[in-house]
Design a protein. Structure first.
Length: 351
């Protein structure tokens, strides 16, 4: 039995949606490690909600999202930083654990690594964003070999230590996602409402095709959303809010397709495997994680990035995709079992 301490992202409480795919990754990994008989404790910002897993809630001010920081900015921490507080707690209890797993995309946990006696596994959730952080990650990658995990090869390739990264993919509790063989007429777009996700391209595709688009996700940037509404006043779109996994998979499963339109290099794209698990084909820009997941012409289409007409061309070919093949790919590659095997092997190698 392994004793694992998971230290969460400092951008927001678990369950808030602010942490994006990291929240789902942490939850699924905690559930699966628990199921395998390991002992998992999660350290997370106050207000976190994670059923069935012991959570140590830590007060403090949340960290700004790395996506909103400019490359040339210095590293900043707010007063009474929840990131610092969580790692201070980790330091005091480290003797009770075999391994600490870091889910934060932040400078501090990398900097602290040599000062801890307990080994630390770092799961990096985004590609390169900031030179100062890259520099600290590079030091850890070289001095603590094997401790850096990423989701995809394209994500690893954004870092100067690409060859030292362990590629771990991701996975889902597939029993929570139901296969839907007969969708309605609508399409879906799922993600944080924030500029790096380029929701406007999905909205433009809905306008061009006339096919209604249901939008699901955390409202992170209200002014960005208002601008989209002004630019496309007549597009057939409907914002459904941020839903629980149970509700999300139900509505998503009834959609004909998921549109994935990120402007940035998406490290993985949890929404892609969630759609596949429901039998929903995915049309995505050929960029980042989604390009490593989707089988072009088989479980969706990979199209030229930032090109709305290419998205529309993909939508017109949807009939070619078998929905059961989509579910099958999720079962073969992205089950909790597959995820657990990859991570358990990684954790054991570090202890
Ligand atoms: N999500 C959700 N409810 C919603 C919309 C999205 O729970 O209504 C979750 C979704 O399940 C996924 C995450 O938000 O886990 C988005 O993660 P992704 O990896 O796609 O992008 P990120 O936000 O990490 O950039």
């Amino acid at each position: 039995m392994l004793k694992l301490l998971f230290i969460s992202t400092p951008v927001g409480p678990l369950g808030s949606g602010v942490g994006g795919g990291v929240e789902l990754s942490l939850k699924n990994l905690a559930i699966e490690m628990n199921r395998r008989g390991h002992q998992v404790t999660v350290v997370a910002p106050e207000g976190s909600n994670l059923p069935h897993i012991p959570v140590r809630e830590i007060p403090g001010t949340c960290q700004r999202m790395a996506q909103t920081e400019r490359r040339e900015n210095s590293i900043t921490l707010p007063e009474n930083s929840v990131l610092a507080n969580m790692w201070d707690y980790g330091r005091t209890v480290q003797g009770d654990y075999d391994l600490i797993v870091n889910f934060a995309y932040d400078w501090l946990p990398f900097y602290l690594t040599p000062f801890f006696s307990c080994p630390i596994a770092h799961l990096i959730s985004m590609g390169s964003m900031h030179p100062a952080l890259d520099q600290m990650m590079t030091q850890v990658a070289h001095n603590f070999q094997g401790t850096i995990g990423v989701h995809t090869q394209v994500q690893a390739d954004t870092f100067p230590f690409a060859n030292l990264c362990r590629i771990l993919g991701n996975g889902l509790d597939l029993s929570q996602y139901h296969f839907c063989s007969h969708p309605g007429n609508k399409m879906a777009w799922v993600g944080r409402i924030a500029p790096e996700k380029a929701l406007e391209d999905g909205v433009a595709a809905a306008q061009l095709t006339g096919i209604p688009l249901k939008i699901f996700g955390k409202m992170q940037d209200e002014s960005y959303w208002q601008k989209i509404c002004q630019d496309y006043p007549n597009a057939p779109v409907e914002y459904r809010g941020f839903l629980s996994t149970l509700e999300l998979q139900k509505e998503l499963g009834h959609c004909r397709a998921l549109l994935v339109t990120p402007r940035w290099l998406e490290a993985f794209g949890n929404v892609v495997i969630e759609a596949l698990a429901c039998g929903v084909p995915v049309i995505a820009y050929r960029r980042g994680g989604p390009a490593e997941i989707i089988r072009d012409g088989e479980t969706g289409f990979l199209v030229e990035p930032d090109n709305v007409r290419a998205l529309v061309a993909g939508i017109k070919r949807l009939e070619e995709i078998s929905r059961s093949r989509c579910r099958q790919q999720a079962e073969q590659e992205y089950s909790l079992k597959a995820l657990g095997d990859r991570f358990e092997e990684w954790f054991r190698a570090l202890i």
